[in-house]
Design a protein around this ligand. Structure first.
Ligand SMILES: Cc1cc2nc3c(=O)[nH]c(=O)nc-3n(C[C@H](O)[C@H](O)[C@H](O)COP(=O)(O)OP(=O)(O)OC[C@H]3O[C@@H](n4cnc5c(N)ncnc54)[C@H](O)[C@@H]3O)c2cc1C
Length: 430
């Protein structure tokens, strides 16, 4: 088994010429070369802005190349919770935006001819308890009434048409969701941002951003590990890797580790038995598993096996835990070789919602809580449109962005072991 991201074996990631110096000035400095930053850079450059993307590591290095490639409808929070937090009207707009975010990915993939196996294969949520299944019917009804979006509830007796596992109490299908190869997608997004005129600088970690005037114009002095540049505007798309260069944002985000294993290529008949309709699948727990077949027929199985962000230790421990989890779902995979294991860091806001807009004078989009493939692309584009002077529909701008309760957080997630234990307790009692 290799401690390596399987997706990266399927793509030639574009690289940047490391010897090219940073420009002296730019219209916009975009921090982070993942879905968020690259989508923003592409849109801004298409509008004629001079864009410099500053990436601490390499193109797509963060969660954008490491995820499950599930392009999902909806948000992490359930619809009842959303309505209780924001009311019906705003929730309707949020739900519509979540559907639009998938169209946004599909449109970019088509326009830029990104070869990333994008397919509207739908997703399946499976119920780990009877009461979770009972709730599916209620959710499907309210989503149809409020958002005119149809979900299909699948009783246990019919579940074998969707999944080759007998441990679940039923499921709920959304045919609109999609799947893709995320590393190929982020690579294509980087190429398209460049084609539009954006410049990307790798190994350029932003260390500080301070207000600065130049020839009477207000802007920002951005200092990086590769030197300085001056920019009119700054856009921050650093998600789970947000650090001390943007301290206010860092204190509002919890970085959480998520881990994935991928098996060897499975015999076609076995792959078909495990996932007859090739859905993107996840279960109903807080401490959930998510899984799918890869385009070449491996089982890719992920979960928050170790809560803490990825290190050699958490990755190794996760491989074991995830393999056991996978066999619990699919005993048919007892003898399947696990060939890859890797991890990545995603970002949760304290209210588990996406947030975007302006903070401390800088633009940002963060907080995707594991639903970022579509939403990060969408937010990058919408915030870029806003920076260009448009008024795009974006219901996530301006919603309250809470910090830690009682301000008990300095950006270092000391409470993660407790949060992990707490989620396990919730799964046990709920
Ligand atoms: C294991 C895993 C599985 C997931 N599965 C799914 C899924 O199936 N479906 C889904 O919708 N979502 C999923 N997600 C979430 C999704 O991948 C993310 O929400 C999304 O990729 C976020 O994109 P981003 O561009 O905002 O951040 P990232 O892709 O994380 O990029 C942020 C970049 O910012 C850079 N950076 C940070 N600080 C600095 C600095 N100071 N200077 C310069 N650069 C900096 C980092 O190096 C990084 O490259 C998953 C995440 C993980 C980790």
């Amino acid at each position: 088994m290799q401690e390596q991201n399987y997706w990266l074996t399927t793509v030639e990631m574009p690289t940047a010429d490391g010897s090219r110096p940073l420009p002296e000035t730019a219209d916009v400095a975009v921090i982070g070369a993942g879905f968020t930053g690259l989508s923003a850079a592409r849109t801004l450059a298409m509008r004629g802005a001079r864009v410099a993307v500053l990436e601490a590591e390499s193109i797509g290095w963060g969660a954008s190349s490491r995820n499950g490639g599930m392009v999902l409808t909806g948000m992490k929070l359930g619809v009842h919770k959303l309505i209780s937090m924001y009311g019906r009207e705003l929730t309707r707009r949020m739900y519509a935006a979540s559907l639009a975010s998938m169209d946004c990915v599909e449109q970019i993939v088509r326009e830029e001819r990104i070869d990333c196996a994008f397919s509207r294969c739908g997703h399946l949520e499976v119920a780990c308890k009877q009461k979770h299944f009972d709730n599916y019917q209620r959710q499907a009804e309210i989503i149809e009434v409020e958002f005119n979006h149809k979900l299909r509830v699948v009783p246990r007796s019919e579940l074998s048409s969707e999944i080759g596992s007998s441990i679940y109490f039923g499921g709920m299908v959304d045919d609109v969701s999609a799947g893709c190869n995320p590393a190929r997608y982020v690579a294509g997004l980087a190429r398209s941002a460049r084609k539009a005129g954006a410049e990307i600088f790798e190994h350029a970690r932003v260390e500080s951003i301070v207000r600065d005037s130049r020839n009477g114009e207000l802007g920002w002095k951005v200092s990086t590990s590769r030197g300085q540049l001056w920019a009119h505007e700054v856009f921050v798309g650093t998600s789970g890797y947000t650090g001390p260069a943007t301290p206010t944002l860092q204190k509002k985000l919890i970085p959480i580790g998520s881990f994935i294993i991928a098996t060897e290529i499975l015999p076609k008949a076995l792959a078909k038995e495990l996932s007859p309709r090739n859905r993107m699948i996840y279960d109903s727990k807080n401490y959930l598993y998510y899984y799918r077949l890869t385009p070449d027929g491996r089982m890719l199985f992920g979960g928050r096996a170790a809560f803490f962000p990825e290190t050699d230790q958490t990755i190794r421990r996760s491989a074991d835990l995830l393999r056991r989890g996978m066999i619990g779902v699919y005993p048919q995979l007892r003898d399947a070789r696990v060939e890859y294991v890797w991890g990545g860091t995603l970002d949760f806001a304290f209210d588990i919602m996406p947030h975007a807009g302006q903070m401390d004078g800088m633009y940002y989009a963060v907080g995707y809580a594991g639903h970022g493939v579509a939403m990060a692309t969408f937010q990058g584009q919408k915030i870029a449109e806003m920076m260009a002077g448009d008024k795009p529909e974006n219901p996530f701008v301006g919603i309250p962005f809470p910090g830690a309760p009682l301000g008990l957080y300095n950006g270092k997630p000391w409470f993660l072991p407790f949060a992990g234990a707490w989620y396990k307790v919730l799964d046990w009692v709920n």
